[in-house]
Design a protein. Sequence first.
Length: 471
Amino acid sequence: MLNTLRRRLVVSHALPLLLIIPLMGLALVYALETQVLLPNLSSELVGQASLVAEIASDHTDIWNDPSSAQALVARIGPRLKARLALLDSGGRLLASSDPADTLRLGKPLTPRDFALALSGQTSVHTDYSQSMGAEIANVLLPVAGPNKQVVGIIYLTHRLSNVYEWFLRLRYLTTGVLASGLLLGAILGWVLALNLERPLQHMTQVIHRFANGQPWIPVPEDQGPDEIRLLSQAFNTLVDRLHTLEQNRCQLLANLVHEVGRPIGALHSAIQALVGGADEEMALRRELLAGMDGQLASLRRLLDDLTRFYDEAEGALEIKRRPVALGDWLLHVLAPWKVTAQQKGLRWEANVGSELPILNIDPDRLGQALGNLLSNAIKYTPAGRTVSIAANVRDNTAQVQVCDTGVGITQEERARVFIPLYRGQTGRRFPQGMGLGLGIARDLIVAHGGRLDVDSTPGQGSCFTLSLPLG
């Protein structure tokens, strides 16, 4: 029955009204009846009896003359809501405002607490009257004579049936108010449940569509309470990341096909040439073998990049630090790249200071990062232009700058060059490659507590700055 969020919310709003408020209403009505209305009625009867007693004190003859007593009752009785009766000290009924008591005049009438009234105390109590066939409220108020002796009793009785009818109407009114409150609470709960259920239903439908491979539609982030909005934002962010991962996966497969296909095609052509007789010429054979070795080296670099990328994804990137003299280490790392640059016809400029500090680094990992930067600089700098390297200490950090004079990087691409598998527009800086080199370089540098920044001007070249903290 309560298997939906809407029903549970409606019940959560209606149940307190259905259980707590009716109980409170009944308790309130009971308190009004017993603590307010009945005491007020008793106080009113006592006040009326006191008023009659004051009037009777001016007519002392009524306690000895029944006709005078009846005349007084006939004059005062119609102004009272209760039945008025006068009793003498012996308990005889002298006069009554109720015509039904005509036959009882002059006869003893000893109501409950009559003895208490004779002792000079006022009595207020409730009884069931057989003659009236209803509950009545009784007030007996003694009247003292000149010698302080009780000469008579003012006896007021009030039928409670009228009061109970008023109580019944009060109960009906209270029940109506409670029923209206219950209905209003159910309606309010229904509206709030719909307001909460609709965005959740919409999100559920979107999730099912997405799980079934249908086009994804973003979930609105401006519906429902704050928690639902935050959930919608988190869901949209998650789906965006899933889309990005899927795009990266497709891009990785495409890049692998392209990057592996080129060297394999070159190796296949060289092998076919050797099989066809090219191995008979020594110079041609050496040229083909050198080309094959270069293609295998390209595949090895590709495999290394993929291995590092996998290690980072698995969180297995380990840094083994040891003290390293930065100047000597740079000269050792730059030597093979200088030869590569000169073979391509580039001008090589290296400005490595003689007083560089000793850093606590992993030379192999940091050498991989610097090698990726140098490889890109050489690859994308046209022949005849310059690749420069500078190392110095500035602002309590050791900095290594790798600058080229190639095509440069646009402002739009600058923020994305470190994203794995990203390659720039065809014909610009990153037309080939897996798009892993710069991302791996940055992660290795960050793992050393440093950072990698890029500054570039399209058409003039780029400058990557590797910064490491001293100490």
